[in-house]
Design a protein around this ligand. Structure first.
Ligand code: MN3
Length: 203
């Protein structure tokens, strides 16, 4: 299948209401996400062979990408794959506290779910400007951290389990400048089943 296509959202645009509004979801996916892909494709026109690789592979190994499009791959390739991932870790009728494997892994890495929630929330709040907060696996251990712009954890060899987009375009229409209120709402749509799948896949 073509990995350089914009896939539809895995649920309807209004599925995450009342936490994330339909208009935000539509613009975020149809305009912002699409623009990352379009700009990535424009960059790759100069190096069509690179399209034989999965976009994640390009981002993972930026040094092997020709210098004239390295920044394009980092920013727009990153934006493209980060959003592919982001849609999957949200779902309607989700949120709450994870049980099972993920619940155990979080409790053992952070002490408790509440401590983890605090850490990820603060990573999102303290990211100055645009970026992401992540739960990743780094050298076999669960870790919370944040990246600037559209930098993917894959650049540093970290495996993403959960992503929180804190670019203003993900909340401004509903929450205006209140990033904290957006993050609080976002916890209600975290798709723990997908996070668990991501954890299992990483093993
Ligand atoms: Mn975004």
């Amino acid at each position: 299948m073509n990995e350089y296509e914009l896939k539809p959202l895995p649920y309807s645009a209004d599925a995450l209401e009342p936490y994330i509004d339909a208009q935000t979801m539509t613009i975020h996916h149809d305009k912002h996400h699409k623009a990352y892909l379009d700009k990535l494709l424009t960059g790759l026109e100069k190096h069509p062979d690179l399209k034989k690789k999965h976009p994640e592979e390009l981002v993972k190994d930026l040094n092997s990408v020709p210098e004239d499009i390295r920044t394009v791959v980092r920013n727009h390739g990153g934006g493209f794959i980060n959003h592919n991932f982001f849609w999957t870790v949200m779902a309607p009728k989700a949120g709450g506290e994870p049980s099972g494997k993920v619940g155990d892994a979080i409790a053992s890495a952070f002490g408790s779910f509440d401590k983890f929630k605090e850490e990820l929330t603060s990573a999102g709040l303290n990211r100055f400007g645009s970026g992401w907060a992540w739960l990743v696996i780094n050298k076999g251990k669960l870790e919370v951290y944040s990246t600037a712009n559209q930098d993917s954890p894959l650049i540093e060899g970290k495996i993403p389990l959960l992503a929180l987009d804190v670019w203003e375009h993900s909340y401004y229409l509903k929450h205006q400048s209140n990033r904290a209120a957006y993050i609080q709402d976002w916890w209600n749509v975290v798709n723990w089943k997908q996070v668990e799948d991501n954890l299992k896949k990483s093993e």
